[in-house]
Write a protein that binds this ligand. Structure first.
Ligand code: HEM
Length: 156
């Protein structure tokens, strides 16, 4: 039997589990893209309403973008110098953007007759705050000094 090549990076079991969920979530993005395609072809009002079309396109695109961002950052979260509890906080904060942003865009103009954005667009604000908090903590946890090994560091 062929021996699998050595992994270019190692992942914690938590990141492997979350990675599998994120990869499966791409099926949702593909379904969403198929719905958009159907609407372009079969729903005349879709292309006739720039507000609705722009916001739904943004919802689809941001879901894809933030799923990818979370996938890319999973190994970096594993590498962060912090407790496993804080790592979970980071996973949740960063991945939350792939729910809050699309939700805000889709609900802001739920159908082609929407004349102006609904208040749901305001969901972008907590979504952005949660994501920014996760990114800032991750950057801090990557840059902070490693704790000195036991018995060292006191003499300096
Ligand atoms: C079955 C799979 C998919 C289909 C049928 C599909 C379909 C579409 C359609 C029809 C649009 C344009 C919507 C409009 O203008 O109203 C769109 C936009 C977009 N899609 Fe998808 N999509 C799929 C999967 C994906 C995936 C997997 C990604 C990313 C990983 C993605 C990223 C994007 C982005 C970034 C845009 C915005 C492009 C722009 O505004 O220039 N899509 N997609």
């Amino acid at each position: 039997m062929a021996i699998p090549p050595a992994s270019p990076f190692s992942l914690s079991q938590a990141s492997r589990n979350m990675g599998a969920v994120l990869i499966l979530s791409f099926l949702g993005v593909m379904f969403g893209g198929s719905v958009l395609t159907w609407r372009i072809v079969n729903l005349p009002g879709y292309l006739g309403s720039p507000l609705h079309q722009d916001l739904w396109r943004a919802g689809h695109a941001h879901a894809a973008l933030f799923l990818l961002l979370t996938l890319v950052l999973l190994p970096w979260i594993d590498a962060a110098r912090c407790s496993e509890a804080l790592r979970w906080v980071l996973r949740v904060l960063i991945s939350s953007a792939s729910i809050t942003f699309p939700l805000a865009f889709f609900l802001a103009a739920p159908n082609p007759t929407t004349a102006s954005p609904e208040p749901a667009l305001g969901l972008l604000i907590p979504g952005a705050i949660l994501l920014a908090t996760g990114l800032l903590i991750l950057a801090w946890a990557l840059l902070r000094q490693a704790p000195a090994p036991l018995g060292q560091g006191d003499a300096e």
